[in-house]
Write a protein that binds this ligand. Structure first.
Ligand SMILES: [Zn+2]
Length: 561
């Protein structure tokens, strides 16, 4: 397997007849999936997702891929293929379309409906090309063919890309549920047919490459969900992803069977379920789904609420219910069903929500105490099965942290793919397919672009460092009026502190140190306000560290008297 080359530089121009693959996101991380294919002077993009921030990225709403590497070549982009409607595959689309609005979006009916709703909020009217499994469409030098795959959202597609450089198969996110609710299974016959034709490069989902066996079927959740509805004494409140149409279908089926009415709560849940229902992906019996106002008048044991917030997101309905910040008040005897995964990194937030809900008297059913969730991604058994079926010449694991990519690459090798044909790349690596062989040819920028309120890319790593420092250490502002002639303090400085333990006399001790620093500066002829501010910041910083091992942010302001 190829190793990291820290000295990688900008890749040379792609040789004639070659295909270049650059992931601008999704490698070494779970989220913001984006892969750029270059061939014959044109670019094809597969997915543009977002990544959700972690605790060490305060104030960040979402993280985008860095578009720098393609910004000068947006006119060469022939299409954006969207494999499915999850945020980590479509969430970044509005931000690229802001830079060029008429790039065609290619995807299935449900995927396009989800992205369309999102683009409306950004006031963008996209050019869309709807495709379904079995379709073949050409965009410039790229011949695309779409294959059904099964995932935790309906209507997901894998894409085969035919070019003069070879045949690529990109699975997108997928698993191999043999009994999905919609009976639409991963097109293994299609995978095998492409294998016969000869797949030169296979990009495959690594999320569950460390999980042994086969991912269990969505249908196996029926007993646990049924039990909740059969035994709940009062209301049932279900929280799930607003895109998990099949999971919510199961909830609706059980609610219907047990004589409950359902209301959707939360903007994204209401919107997505409306879309899914209108397009025929969600089957809602007449009269089952009602308005909140109707639901409120029913006895508690006839009520089911379906809301967002299964990941403990602070603004979502469930967290707000847990915090008593929602019109829906959790009371003794309510049952809360978290019918979703627990995304790593969100554990603390989720357990906080579960604890609060329990404190208000709810019985909380979650994947830790009942079989109410199955993954949307292929486990080891399915991945190996696909390698044996496709028998690709080269493999590039995608969608995963480094350990997932590595595990997936190892699986490919165990099935007989030559180790030299397995390329473990990082975001920004240029992977060239030339004469049937893959090679890492360089690296383009692929850092994090932070969306912070209305600004995109304004916040940098340095800003986040400042925010963390502010959160952990507080801030001390020093206002010093300095006599321009003597270079000394004209009066005692003012101190303003936030988040830094202090009282009225705390800063008295630092004044002589500032005076000393200023005296030394005057002696050496150092006088500019900026230099004096640096001296003061250093003096206060050293004092804070000596005094209590603290490192507050220090903002010095020097005013000439
Ligand atoms: Zn997905």
């Amino acid at each position: 397997m190829s190793r990291t080359h820290p000295e990688l530089r900008t890749p040379p121009p792609l040789p004639d007849g070659g295909l270049r693959v650059i992931a601008l996101g999704g490698l070494g991380e779970i989220g913001r999936n984006m892969t750029v294919f270059e061939h014959a002077g044109k670019l094809l993009i597969v997915d543009i997702g977002v990544l959700f921030p972690e605790e060490h990225q305060p104030g960040v709403d979402v993280i985008l891929p860095d578009f720098t590497a393609i910004r000068d070549r947006l006119d060469d982009v022939v299409a954006i293929v969207l494999t499915h409607g999850h945020e980590d595959h479509i969430g970044g689309v509005p931000y690229l379309l802001r830079e060029r609005a008429d790039i065609p979006l290619v995807g299935s009916k449900l995927t396009l409906a989800f992205i369309d709703a999102k683009l409306k909020e950004h006031r963008i009217r996209p050019v869309t090309v709807e495709v379904s499994e079995g379709d073949r469409v050409d965009f410039g030098p790229f011949g695309l063919e779409f294959l059904a795959v099964n995932h935790s959202i309906p209507d997901a597609l894998a894409v085969a890309i035919r070019t003069a450089a070879g045949l690529v198969l990109h699975t997108g996110d997928f698993k191999m549920d043999q009994f999905p609710l919609d009976r639409r299974i991963t097109d293994l016959r299609g995978f095998a047919r492409l294998g016969e034709e000869g797949v030169d490069l296979f990009l495959t989902d690594s999320t569950n490459a460390e999980v042994p066996g086969f991912t269990t079927s969505e249908g196996e959740l029926v007993p646990a969900i049924e039990k909740v509805f059969r035994t709940a004494p009062r209301r049932v409140i279900v929280s799930s992803f607003a895109s998990h149409v099949h999971r919510i279908q199961q909830v609706l089926d059980q609610a219907h069977a047990h004589g409950r009415k359902v209301a959707f709560v939360g903007r994204s849940m209401v919107r997505n379920m409306g879309i899914a229902r209108d397009l025929g992906y969600l089957n809602v019996p007449d009269g089952l789904v009602v308005d909140m106002k109707v639901l409120e008048k029913l006895p508690a044991n006839q009520v089911c609420l379906v809301c967002t917030g299964s990941q403990g997101e602070p603004m979502a309905a469930l967290s707000r219910m847990a915090n008593r910040d929602h019109v829906i008040r959790i009371t003794e005897g309510d049952t809360v069903l978290l019918a979703s995964s627990l995304i790593p990194g969100n554990e603390n937030a989720i357990y906080r929500v579960i604890n609060e809900l329990t404190r208000w008297g709810a019985n909380v059913v979650h994947k830790g105490n009942a079989k109410v969730h199955v993954s949307g991604h292929a486990s080891v058994g399915e991945l190996v099965y696909c390698y044996n079926l496709v028998q690709p010449r080269n493999v590039m694991p995608v969608h995963g942290e480094w350990r997932h990519l590595r595990a997936n690459g190892d699986l490919a090798i165990r099935t007989g793919v030559h180790p030299k044909g397995v390329v473990i790349a990082e975001d920004g690596f240029a992977v060239d397919l030339l004469n049937g062989r893959v090679k890492i040819s360089g690296k383009v920028p692929a850092g994090n672009v932070y969306v912070d309120g209305e600004t995109v890319g304004g916040a940098t790593e340095a800003h986040l460092k400042d925010r963390r420092n502010l959160a952990e250490e507080g801030v001390v502002t020093v206002v010093a009026i300095v006599d321009a002639d003597t270079g000394m303090l004209a009066e005692p400085p003012d101190f303003l502190a936030r988040g830094f333990a202090h009282d009225e006399t705390t800063f008295d001790a630092v004044v002589p140190l500032i005076e000393k620093a200023l005296a030394k500066a005057a002696e050496e002829g150092v006088g500019g306000a900026t230099q004096l501010e640096q001296l003061i910041a250093r003096a206060v910083g050293q004092w804070a560290h000596r005094r209590g091992r603290r490192s507050p942010m220090i903002i010095p302001i020097v005013i000439d008297a």
